[in-house]
Design a protein around this ligand. Sequence first.
Ligand code: FES
Length: 165
Amino acid sequence: MAQAFSPQADADIEAILQRYPTRLAALIPTLWVAQREFGWLAEETMELVARRLDLPPAKVISTATFYTMFHKKPVGRYHVQVCKNISCYLRGSDEVTARAAKKLGLRPGETSADGQFTLEEVECLAACGRGPVVQVNADYHEWQTAETIEALLDRLAAGDMPGGA
Ligand code: FES
């Protein structure tokens, strides 16, 4: 069956279209709604967005591909993103990644077979003074070490999402 937006998502997109001067300007917030709705942006989803906004599919796909915040493949329930950029790196982000990888049995870019965790290394998360920074879904976890990431992953595995979500 072809993908379709839920009534709530459709109403959210309509509200976005009222706020933005052009359909192109509404593209990024609409992609965000689509990702919230479907979990990631399959080609079918990007085509749905293109039809909803009456934009060329190539424009939607190129925009979604440019931004790493948009997932082009399914991610786990907990999307664990470790900043690998310079400030975090100098404070030990590679140790944080290595401990997370060992704990989860995943390499960066992989998702666990049970769909619970995706581990990724990402570029600057714009909290450089508080690194190493790990973003889990929408939440930031700052000043991370090999020990704190292990404790954080334990809490997540137990179903406790520190900071909400
Ligand atoms: S370098 Fe890690 S948040 Fe900027």
